[in-house]
Design a protein around this ligand. Sequence first.
Ligand SMILES: [Zn+2]
Length: 187
Amino acid sequence: MKSITLFTTISVMSLAFLQALFPLESSELSESGQKNVKTGSIERTKEEWRKILSPEQYRILREAGTERPNGKVYLEFKKQGAGTYYCAGCNAELFSSREKFDSRCGWPSFYDPSNAKNVKTSVDYHLGYARTEVLCSVCNGHLGHVFTGEGFNTPTDKRYCINGTVLKFVPLSKVVSKKEKNQEGEK
Ligand SMILES: [Zn+2]
């Protein structure tokens, strides 16, 4: 009888020890999606994407949809000052206010990504002719299209025509004030 109690105690103790070694690892994985070890990209099922994205974000990111031009999101975008734009699907840094320009096309326009390794392109024929699709290289989400040689007076003469619905804007002032707060906390 005594040995059974001892055995149970040891089992409970080793379980607690294991949990301390690997805290909540499995739930962390489901929160951020499965990372493909080979490609480094984040993979989720359709159901998982639907849980974390709004229906409009899902339609654009996962089904290569396009938001209405000159909509509410675009008007907000025009008002935004200095800051960084992150992917709504995976939080990867994609664009920044430094490369933002007014192309008057009704969608957020950038002449270059701010973090090139997070942005990739592929050719699509959805409209019957070749267009260069822009995707987030971390979660493979559709962001928009890129057009070249349109004569814009920018360093690249490229127009990354991006759906604002799938961008998360973080203003520079917020990042700076957060840093200041952290420094105050350290004092
Ligand atoms: Zn992404």
